[in-house]
Write a new protein. Structure first.
Lengths: 140, 388
């Protein structure tokens, strides 16, 4: 039985939102994974941006993702970036079912079970008054 | 009339400062100035023969202290794109002789953390403990999933490059080997699939180059090395967004093969193809990057890079010797930029016939690169002893 991956503890460096990413982080605080959709061409833009990454329109509106997706790539980290991080942790790129990528970490999963194609869903961990961080966990 | 403006530009001077894990008594400025003194000595030029400086944050201080103003300058940390800018500035008549230099010392002091240049803060990666090894691992794992590339193939790349550094007397890790692929696989895991010895090391040091016109090069002591071609592929900022292999726009050109289009342009400028390359001075931040580059540049088919690098093909005496000084894994890795210049310096040494490790006999064409898909960019230069 291998180790079960846990979220990081408070004390890690935290995101500093921008004017155009603040709605994304506000969404995390209420348990929503938000993304932008272009009202001109319909494409999704992620990470949050001031313009559509398909047609460069500024006409973007926020929607809420199902939070469901699958692992696109992964790496188990055994040498922490700084001592603030507890190893092992698994960084993943997840392809959400809506079709966008998100970089995050996997938790509530055995460390050696992560693989490309694994079905995952978002789960949120509060790290400060301002920042709640999205993680992924297995769907089953 | 040259067939391409780059062909009228020659690299006439190259130099390294001391390179070491830690350079006591130096900071980034003093070690860079040491490399500048050495490159002037290599060419026989004086500071007042230099009318352009591309040395990142040292461009201003160098021009001020050399009193070589008024001079052309570029303040970006120099690597292949800045060498190409310097060549373009000469080719368009803005200046005639450019000093390119960079160095780093005293930057990496908190050894409990990864090096500071490997972990730029960004709101979408900062809380997930990302650093360069993890970013490049996400690229490598995707390739392994798609094509069955193996840890043993990655380890073969790392052992080959580290053995080149083992043999190079100026390499920071001179004499540390020799290494077998099993030695690489036995080192501790850093970020799966990268073991410690699959990764770049960190060190301190500086280096410098001087570029001038073909015409002026004929009066200087060194055998001129000409720029046959060069171009740059970027897919966005490094280490801020998911480093996805399939990142692409409507063109369908994907980040996984960043460098492919720069290589195609470079080969077209030089009227060359991969089989004309005698030595591959490829950038080696992580072992997998070498496999990726052979596929990206058209040396082999997509997915075949893992098999391609086996059986001695990329080692000394092989068909495509890579990174002949030990690269960032063994020669030196001073920071965010300086070590990228080493690839071009080694390409020049190979074409001069003066590389002290893994010299390729009668090398006439060198392919040099910087970057990697984990950082969303790759830059390419082709160097030659003759031009088309």
């Amino acid at each position: 039985m291998s180790e079960i991956l846990q979220p990081q503890s408070p004390g890690i460096p935290l995101p500093v939102p921008t004017i155009y990413s603040q709605p994304y982080w506000d969404g995390c605080q209420v348990g929503e994974l938000r993304f932008q959709r272009c009202q001109d061409c319909g494409a999704i833009t992620m990470d949050p941006a001031p313009a559509c990454s398909a047609c460069f329109s500024e006409n973007l509106e926020w929607e809420v993702s199902t939070g469901l997706g699958e692992v696109y790539s992964w790496t188990t980290v055994w040498r922490p970036q700084t001592p603030a991080f507890t190893v092992p942790y698994v960084a993943v790129i997840v392809t959400l079912d809506e079709g966008f990528w998100l970089l995050a970490s996997i938790i509530n999963c055995p460390v050696d079970a992560v693989h490309v194609g694994m079905r995952v869903k978002t789960t949120f961990v509060e790290l400060s008054d301002e920042i709640t961080l999205p993680y992924f966990e297995p769907t089953d | 009339m040259a067939k391409h403006p780059f062909h009228d530009i020659a690299i006439v001077g190259i130099a390294n400062s001391e390179q070491a894990r830690v350079l006591e008594g130096h900071d980034s400025t003093t070690i860079t100035f040491q490399a500048v003194h050495r490159v002037l000595a290599d060419t026989g030029l004086t500071p007042w023969d230099i009318d352009g400086v591309a040395a990142g944050p040292f461009s201003g201080p160098l021009t001020y202290y050399m009193r070589n103003g008024p001079a052309w300058r570029n303040h970006m940390a120099p690597s292949i794109p800045i060498i190409l800018d310097a060549a373009s500035a000469i080719a368009t008549g803005q200046c005639h002789t450019v000093l390119v230099a960079h160095g780093s010392a005293g930057i990496y002091t908190e050894r409990a953390s990864t090096a500071p240049w490997t972990r730029p803060a960004n709101e979408f990666v900062v809380a997930y403990g990302m650093f360069t090894a993890a970013e490049f691992a996400l690229i490598a794992q995707r390739h392994m999933h798609m094509h069955g590339t193996t840890p043993e193939q990655l380890a073969t790349v790392a052992a080959t490059i580290r053995n080149n550094g083992h043999a190079h007397p100026d390499a920071v890790y001179h004499g540390r080997g020799p290494f077998t692929p099993d030695d690489i696989l036995a080192s501790r895991m850093v970020s799966d699939p990268f073991h410690l010895l699959d990764c770049a090391m960190t060190s301190e040091g500086a280096c410098a180059l001087i570029l001038t016109t073909r015409e002026r090069a004929q009066d200087l002591p060194n055998k001129p090395v000409y720029i046959l071609g060069g171009a740059c592929d970027s897919f966005g900022p490094s280490y801020q967004h998911p480093p996805a292999w399939d990142l692409a726009g409507p063109s369908g050109r994907n980040n996984g093969y960043t460098g492919r289009w720069a290589a195609q342009k470079s080969f077209a400028m030089g009227e060359l193809g991969p089989t004309d390359v005698d030595v591959c001075e490829f950038y080696d931040p992580f072992s997998f990057e070498i496999i990726r580059q052979f596929e990206a540049y058209g040396f082999c088919e997509e997915g075949e890079g893992g098999d391609f690098i086996m059986d001695g093909r990329i080692g000394p005496g092989g068909q495509f010797p890579v990174t002949t000084d030990g690269g960032t894994m063994s020669f030196s890795h001073g920071g965010a930029a300086v070590q990228q210049l080493q690839r071009v310096i080694r390409g020049v040494e190979q074409l001069r016939g003066t590389c002290v490790s893994s010299q390729v006999p009668d090398a006439q064409v060198a392919m040099c690169s910087n970057g990697g898909a984990g950082a969303l960019f790759t830059d390419v230069m082709l160097l030659g002893t003759e031009t088309p």
